[in-house]
Design a protein around this ligand. Structure first.
Ligand code: SF4
Length: 375
């Protein structure tokens, strides 16, 4: 999530949520919008006004912002403003990587979790529903993530329902650890929403319960497996995700065989380079392996699945650290707001095809990164 800083001219109670516009809106619509103005246009009735110059009218919820910060905002972005001046960009209209963080609670404790989690929180469902009501209906894809979204119970069902009604043409990608889907009745409730564009991505970290459970920090392997089958009974489109690190790279070929034998119905399998923030960074001594050093196991796993007709991808990888025969599987998967390239990438002939790195990988990445020259 991108953050900006402003300076509220008036007291903000709680927070203000609104959609960015530079074009003036009719008075009855204004409550949904945050207006960007140079102070010349009338600005009453908006949820807030972002301005580079002080406004004389103190009855307007104005937030003074640096013009450079304002230039990072686009019409259709959805932002949350706090009294301390923090501005969180919750939805970027120009990005295909928008994700709603619907809860920061989780029923797992993954050793490489990039999120910071909480044990208690206020129900964020009303807030999420409000964001959904502001999203442009032309949005192509929307992610739902946490924490663990299924901990919202009925709240998640309401969120998926709201997406179906408000954004009928938007693909919805739900990321879940799948543990809650062991409950058939809950799966049924979610499936009865009949969202036509719902994809559920579920991580599996190993083909063995011991290794998987050691990574997620709870006994969840058998529940997730049961959840996968419950979802399959409704023909739900399912993706499997495998985050690779030192604890699980050796058994990638066995995991591939396990996936092929037991889940031939999944529509996609993604092998992912680990993002080194949050708990992953705290546990880095146990987790880190240079991505180049697991290429052999990755190749065997990917080609094993591909030869058997499975749809398989590699996420978050840099082309120069991947064997050439795996390049067709590499996808540009890192969200735009945390995607970087190194200075030497400017000399690389494959920069346009390469997905680059996570911002958090600046100080810790493969030692084998170097510009590719095509001659
Ligand atoms: S040098 Fe940079 S752009 Fe080129 S393949 Fe490597 S990481 Fe990608």
């Amino acid at each position: 999530m991108l953050h900006l800083t402003g300076s509220p001219q008036t007291q903000i109670n709680g927070y203000i949520l609104g959609k960015i516009t530079r074009k003036p809106k009719g008075f009855t619509q204004r409550g949904d919008y945050i207006f960007l103005t140079n102070g010349e246009k009338p600005a009453h009735g908006y949820a807030a006004v972002f301005t580079a110059e002080l406004l004389p009218d103190k009855s307007i919820a104005a937030v003074l912002c640096d013009p450079q910060e304002l230039s990072r905002l686009h019409d259709g972005d959805i932002v949350e403003v706090h009294n301390d001046g923090r501005i969180n960009i919750l939805y970027e209209s120009s990005s295909d990587h928008n994700t709603l963080l619907v809860t920061e609670r989780c029923n797992g404790s993954c050793i490489m979790c990039p999120q910071s989690l909480v044990s208690r929180e206020e129900d964020k469902t009303p807030f999420t529903l409000r964001i959904i009501s502001l999203i442009d209906q032309k949005a192509q894809v929307l992610g739902i993530t946490g924490g663990e979204p299924t901990l919202l119970g009925d709240g998640l069902v309401r969120i998926v329902k709201a997406c179906k009604e408000r954004l009928p043409h938007t693909q919805l990608a739900l990321l879940s650890n799948g543990i809650r889907f062991e409950d058939f009745d809950y799966v049924k409730e979610l499936m009865l929403v009949q969202h036509p564009g719902l994809i559920i991505d579920i991580p599996l970290h190993s083909d063995t319960d011991t290794e998987h459970d050691k990574i997620i920090g709870v006994k969840g392997f058998h529940k997730t497996i049961k959840g996968l089958y419950n979802l399959a009974r409704f023909n739900q489109k399912i993706g499997i995700r495998v985050v690779i690190h030192r604890l699980n790279y050796k058994r990638l070929p066995q995991l591939a065989e396990f996936l092929y034998r037991n889940f031939p119905f999944v529509f996609h399998i993604a092998f992912m380079q680990m993002e080194t923030i949050g708990l992953a960074r705290e546990n880095i001594d146990r987790l880190w392996i240079d991505p180049h050093d697991y290429n052999e196991e990755l190749r065997e796993a990917v080609l094993h699945l591909w030869r058997r007709g499975m749809n398989v991808s590699i996420y978050n990888a840099q082309l120069c650290a991947l064997p050439r025969d795996l390049w067709p599987f590499a996808r540009k998967s890192i969200s735009s707001w945390k995607n970087i390239y190194l200075d030497e990438c400017e000399k690389c002939d494959s920069r346009g095809d390469c997905g680059g790195l996570f911002e958090s990988s600046l100080d810790l990445h493969s030692q084998y990164l170097k510009p590719i020259r095509k001659q």
